[in-house]
Design a protein around this ligand. Structure first.
Ligand code: AMP
Length: 368
């Protein structure tokens, strides 16, 4: 029960408004630890409820210990703009009745509104590392009063090459602070970062390493590379699939496939790192609202997407990194719904398939 945590009535009310009746396992375990002021290292994927697991106790701590002046007291670092927007939305709902102001900072958009918010004064900063570092270097943001740091999807931040930016940002924080780190996987690199960042952390692992969501049916089609596109169209049309998230390895591949699917008469959009933030937000919104039936995405663009009730994920190409398979299908089979993860595997990808099966600890059934 959320009522069992020592959370303020305003936060409990926000939780009720969101319709959360029971805490998820990560929330059950992380909230008391964070409320106590301990550092935390948590293995949790998107879809586990990890955002509220850190946002609720973080807001509670800001509330309990009000500051006299307005300079940032909590910093949430995330790898992508999409995740930043999602975390910010969640915090906005949870902090609705609280005297806490936040700012969302990411690149690819004008810095002006961010600078204006910072100048007016904020308590909470939610940011991607690159743009935050810009603001730090131009002295538009002062991080010397940060009490709580959250690194969300730390593994992906490292994959995206943010380690230097992260280290420079951390160097600007007070040594005396509470630090929380969330990561889908605990690689050696992550452990090294954790050791340098966290003090005597409590470790929570709600998603044993590399275990994919339970409620997903996996299948593989062995198919020539040139036959993938017609097969995909057939699977969507014949299977009467309402919504599909399709992964390609490259931005170029995502664009090309989206164009071909449109020519097949399917409503389709593509998201990847080359698209403007506006275009990505629009595509995601169209997909979420059901205006677009197929969303083609690259791994990085899709990271952290919160699409509820997504029944169908297709790997048009297998990822290079086996762990990305687990991240990809983490978008389906959520909220107790059964999902399908279909992989179209050409001859040159057999090795990658074997690596994924090794990671999963079992073979993926062959559909054709
Ligand atoms: P996250 O892992 O933080 O991205 O959350 C995944 C989804 O679960 C989001 O849509 C949340 O709104 C939802 N969620 C988080 N906590 C709960 C809860 N205790 N009960 C029901 N849904 C939740």
């Amino acid at each position: 029960m959320f009522n069992d945590f020592s959370l303020s009535p305003a936060l409990l009310k926000a939780v009720a408004t969101l319709g959360y009746s029971e805490p998820t396992p990560i929330q059950e375990r992380a909230i008391p630890v964070v409320l106590q002021g301990r550092d935390l290292m948590a293995a949790a994927q998107t879809g586990t409820g990890k955002t509220a697991a850190f946002a609720l106790p973080l807001l509670e701590r800001l509330l309990q210990n009000p500051a006299h002046q307005r300079s940032p007291r909590a910093l949430i670092l995330v790898p992508t703009r999409e995740l930043a927007a999602q975390v910010s939305d969640a915090c906005r709902v949870l902090a609705h009745d609280l005297p806490i102001r936040g700012v969302l900072i990411y690149g690819g958009v004008s810095a002006r509104p961010q600078l204006d918010s910072l100048a007016r004064g904020v308590d909470l900063v939610i940011a991607t590392p690159g743009r935050l570092l810009d603001h730090l270097q131009s002295r538009a943001v002062d991080l010397s009063k940060i009490e709580i740091l959250v690194l969300d999807e730390a593994d992906r931040m490292l994959d995206m090459g943010f380690i230097r930016a992260i280290r420079r940002i951390i160097a600007a924080l007070p040594v005396q602070r509470q630090s929380l780190m969330f990561s889908a996987t605990f690689s050696e690199e992550i452990r090294i970062l954790a050791r340098s960042l966290l003090r005597n952390p409590v470790t929570i692992d709600v998603s044993p390493r590399n275990r994919p969501p339970e409620l997903v049916d996996h299948s593989v089609y062995h198919v020539d590379a040139s036959a993938k596109h017609p097969l995909l169209t057939r699977l969507i049309v014949d299977g009467d699939v309402r919504q599909t998230l399709v992964f390609t390895r490259t931005k170029h591949g995502a664009n090309r496939l989206a164009e071909r699917l449109v020519r097949d008469g399917l409503s389709c959009a593509a998201i990847h790192g080359n698209k403007s933030q506006g275009a990505r937000t629009r595509a995601l919104d169209d997909f979420k609202q059901g205006r677009v039936r197929v969303l083609v995405a690259t791994d990085i663009a899709a990271r952290g997407l919160d699409i509820t009730e997504l029944p169908h994920v297709v790997n048009f190409e297998l990822p290079h990194v086996p762990e990305d398979y687990v991240h990809r299908i983490g978008r389906t089979g959520r909220a107790g719904l059964r999902g399908q993860a279909v992989s179209l595997v050409s001859r040159d990808e057999r090795e990658r398939l074997r690596a994924i099966e090794k990671l999963l600890g079992r073979p993926i059934p062959v559909a054709a």
